[in-house]
Design a protein around this ligand. Structure first.
Ligand SMILES: [Fe+2]
Ligand SMILES: [Fe+2]
Length: 369
């Protein structure tokens, strides 16, 4: 068991602690090499043109201070809360260090999951163009793991994967159904990653991290495009039962991400608060009050979080948001965020659900909303 806040010099120790998962899925040969699928072939060409080398293209000699300057203090969600304000400067530094390590550790572990799933996709997907593309994505994800691992060394602290993220990765790796792998990976995990990378890239003041996320997020927007192009082509060919199963799979993955009771990112965050002596109950009460106020001001249709802001719009685009599954999504979003965010009923929920950005690559760079 890896303890929270393991020093990075123990990364090798993590390596030794291999965790094995038994997986089984049908692997296919695609003998029709001339079977060009336009959109997918174009994305493959784009992926080849946009390859980059983190070793030489990022300025690794940049000094990074994990306690200051990675994320702007004015964007700290804890700002202004009495329990936070009572902390000493040193405790606040420790908290900032813990939070950034926690977040980047999730990026790192998530990227490793993406690397393994992408490699499975090479074997699992039909069509030669889909295999070509999954091959480039495997290379991309390897590079992402490499650069995040190298960056985390500068923070000198690594934290274990959040159980909710681990759960989604396990489920996606373990399913024998390649369409479910695509939905779990290209829609849910990539949607989550895109959303989180965009936020961090556009707020961080640390130049190395900003540059790293610029490269990584550009790759991720291509991965998401692959998922959309491929899945929206395949969904109309599915039986009603198979489509329903896929919808349920996506629903369960997304539910794990925002369920407040699930052992997620949030649980670890509470742990960090406790480490610096912040009472989680007092902090949560303050935060809850603040959230209600925040939500009251929210303009309808604004992208609020990765699930409502990105994952569900992608499912709709791919033909995987039937009325049945939309009502489940609406139910648990309303439970977690209230009807101001989720809408009073399913009709309103669907009406205020934002569309996917017109250009995901530009959206992720913060150029469009
Ligand atoms: Fe990635
Ligand atoms: Fe990716």
């Amino acid at each position: 068991m890896v303890l929270p806040g393991t020093a990075v010099n123990q990364l090798e120790h993590l390596d030794e602690e291999l965790e094995t998962l038994r997986t089984s899925f049908d692997t296919s040969y695609a003998w029709r090499y001339g079977n060009v699928k336009e959109g997918l072939r174009d994305l493959y060409e784009k992926a080849k043109r946009e390859q980059w080398n983190g070793t030489t293209q990022l300025k690794w000699d940049t000094d990074v201070d994990p306690e200051h300057g990675i994320l702007p203090e004015q964007l700290n969600p804890l700002n202004g809360f009495a329990p936070y304000e009572r902390l000493t400067a040193k405790e606040k530094d420790h908290l900032r260090h813990g939070q950034i390590s926690l977040q980047l550790s999730q990026f790192l572990h998530g990227e490793q999951g993406a690397l393994i799933v992408a490699s499975q996709l090479v074997g699992a997907v039909p069509w030669i163009d889909a295999k070509y593309y999954a091959g480039t994505q495997t290379m991309d994800e390897a590079r992402h793991v490499e650069v995040f691992a190298r960056y985390i060394e500068k923070l000198d602290e690594i934290r274990p994967i959040a159980p909710s993220l681990k759960g989604i990765l396990d489920t996606t790796l373990e399913t024998g159904d390649w369409m479910k792998k695509l939905v779990g990976m290209q829609i849910v995990v990539e949607g989550l990653a895109l959303y989180a990378f965009r936020e961090m890239r556009n707020t961080t003041e640390e130049p190395l991290l900003k540059e790293l996320l610029t490269y990584v997020a550009r790759d991720e927007s291509r991965h998401h495009a692959y998922g959309v192009q491929y899945i929206e082509r395949c969904v109309p060919c599915l039986s009603d039962a198979a489509r329903g199963e896929l919808e349920d799979f996506a629903l369960e993955c997304a539910r794990t991400l925002i369920d407040r009771n699930s052992q997620g990112f949030f649980t670890t965050l509470l742990q960090i608060w406790q480490e610096v002596g912040v009472d989680p109950v007092a902090m949560l009460t303050s935060l809850d009050k603040e959230r209600h106020e925040l939500v009251r001001e929210v303009p309808r249709g604004k992208r609020l979080g990765p699930v409502q802001g990105f994952v569900i719009p992608t499912l709709r685009r791919c033909g995987l948001l039937s009325e049945r599954v939309a009502s489940h999504f609406h139910g648990f979003l309303r439970e977690n965020f209230g009807s101001r965010v989720a809408g009073e009923n399913v009709d309103e929920f669907l009406r205020i659900l934002p569309d996917l950005p017109a250009d995901t690559a530009r959206w992720v760079m913060g150029e469009i909303q």
